[in-house]
Design a protein around this ligand. Structure first.
Ligand code: DC
Length: 491
């Protein structure tokens, strides 16, 4: 008898143009069903980066072919894809403009594709895998039992790309998307096109979670279909699935219920550890800050007792999340933290602390859905809208992600400021009893908007930025709204 995993389509092929949502869907499938996710675009990007570094040009096929065979390109496909050149994790760099501009040229070279396709098939053959790209259903895995083709109109995709980058939509974004689509669809080798039999989903007017729900429904439909010899699919990679006896409807319903409840059960088990750990950290840290520093938290009466809440602050030090949590103290905050902090062995701490990872240079749908799930349950998330620590101490420009999540969830925003933690980069500063101050401002109520417009997001982003800035001393305020005096120095 096949178990639930046996029934899942393997592999799944996802194709579509740039910014059509392939990676978000692939990662969501990985999280929900335990697939490994391979974003094949990252492999072409990594090759382009290796070529740029080696001074190899796309119009030199021999050099490209030699580099494709020799480049120390390593791929890690788990719930997300990471790519290494040698020991260097280059995943973040692969989204940068110099790679973005070069990749289409290199991905046209047949010798490069040949090497990449062979490696993609090997990865697809290893367990449950979802592969996303341009030619997965047509060339890499033409026999995949489930093929998806995600589409969206050019303007919508340009808007999404710009939102990921935290900028407003402009002609350059639209031009880039159009140029890359054209190059990818018109090239002679493996052009972008929907594979025969692919489920085509036009996502232009769909919210991300609706696209994901639609894809999950396709996967579940496949898994629920009785196994017959006709189901057997041979692919160029994975082993064919063996046909087996049908399970009774009752067994299947029980298994489905168990599968649905499994993540809830495991979360409940972990909660018994996470919750006490969080409050222990809050109180111990408050005590430590009292002893080693001059610690002050003002405005705690402004913290709403109940309801969905997003705590936002300027960002100076990696220690800001626990320090801010100790200042707010009345509600348990789930911080959105950069994925790099979750690497083992130290990654256990943010996990225990109830934080959840976000990839900062790309649209991270998983992080967004996690944030929305916490807020829907009336929980609290913590975000630093600048996206990274300020090097100068002065608050930098903010990203629209916070406003977007707040509007979609209808969650109140609680502006806070943090001052003094920039000094903690030097541990010896404790000898001077550093002053660390948290100020908590008036909550900003936010109405729920299912599909916020760019203007709504931009207005709320400005409001949040100004509310944080108003709590900061002049030296820490953003240069573009406050005085131009020198920023605070960190010792
Ligand atoms: O999906 P992406 O934007 O990261 O893809 C980067 C480039 O790689 C893009 O120009 C298309 C190309 N690509 C390809 O030719 N075949 C694939 N299977 C995946 C990506």
């Amino acid at each position: 008898m096949r178990d639930d995993t046996d029934r899942l389509p393997r592999p799944i092929a996802i194709d579509g143009p740039a910014a059509s949502g392939k990676s978000s869907v692939g990662e969501a499938l990985a999280r929900e069903f335990g697939y490994r996710f391979l974003d094949t675009g990252l492999m072409y990007r990594a090759f382009a980066l290796a070529a740029l570094r080696a001074g190899v040009k796309p119009d030199d096929p021999d050099a490209c072919s030699a580099l494709a065979a020799a480049a120390p390109l390593r791929v890690e496909a788990t719930h997300a894809t990471r790519v290494f050149l040698g020991d260097e994790d280059v995943t973040a760099e692969l989204r940068e403009p110099h790679v973005e501009d070069a990749v289409s040229g290199f991905s046209k070279v047949p010798a490069v594709r040949e090497v990449m396709v062979a490696r993609q098939r090997t990865i697809a053959a290893d367990g449950l895998a979802v592969l996303a790209g341009r030619d997965i259903g047509t060339v890499v895995l033409p026999d995949a039992p489930l093929k998806l083709y995600l589409d969206a109109d050019e303007h919508e995709r340009a808007v999404r790309r710009q939102r990921q980058a935290g900028e407003s939509t402009d002609e350059r974004a639209l031009g880039n998307i159009t140029r890359r689509d054209e190059e990818d669809s018109k090239r002679t080798v493996a052009p972008l096109q929907a594979a025969p039999g692919a489920v085509v989903i036009d996502t232009t007017h769909m919210a991300l979670e609706d696209v994901i729900a639609r894809v999950f429904a396709e996967v579940r439909r496949f898994a629920a279909a009785p196994a017959t010899p006709g189901d057997v699919v041979t692919t160029s990679g994975p082993q064919p699935r063996k046909p087996s006896r049908l399970r009774t409807a009752r067994t299947r319903a029980a298994a489905a219920a168990k599968r649905r409840l499994a993540p809830v059960r495991s979360r409940m088990r972990l909660e018994t550890v996470y919750r006490p750990f969080y409050w222990l950290c809050v109180h111990v840290l408050r005590a430590v800050l009292w002893v080693v520093g001059r610690w002050k938290a003002e405005g705690r009466e402004n913290v709403p007792r109940t309801g969905a809440l997003i705590v936002v602050s300027n960002h100076l030090n990696n220690a800001d999340p626990p320090i801010l949590a100790s200042g707010v103290a009345r509600r348990r905050i789930h911080f959105m933290a950069k994925v790099e902090l979750f690497r083992m062995p130290f990654g256990i701490f943010p996990r225990l602390y109830g934080a959840f990872p976000v990839r900062r240079f790309e649209s991270d749908l998983g992080a967004m859905l996690t944030a929305e799930r916490i807020l829907r349950r009336g929980g609290v998330i913590g975000m630093f809208p600048e996206g990274h620590r300020s090097r100068t101490g002065r608050m930098g420009p903010t990203h629209p992600g916070t406003a977007m999540i707040a509007l979609r969830a209808g969650a109140t925003v609680l502006p806070c400021s943090i001052v003094g933690t920039e000094q903690l980069r030097n541990p010896l500063v404790v000898l001077r009893k550093p002053k660390v101050e948290i100020r908590i401002g008036e909550p900003i109520p936010v109405p729920k908007v299912k599909r916020p417009t760019e203007q709504q997001v931009s207005e709320l982003t400005t409001r949040i930025t100004e509310a944080i800035a108003a709590l900061l001393p002049p030296d820490y305020r953003p240069a573009y709204t406050g005085s131009d005096g020198p920023g605070p120095t960190s010792s």
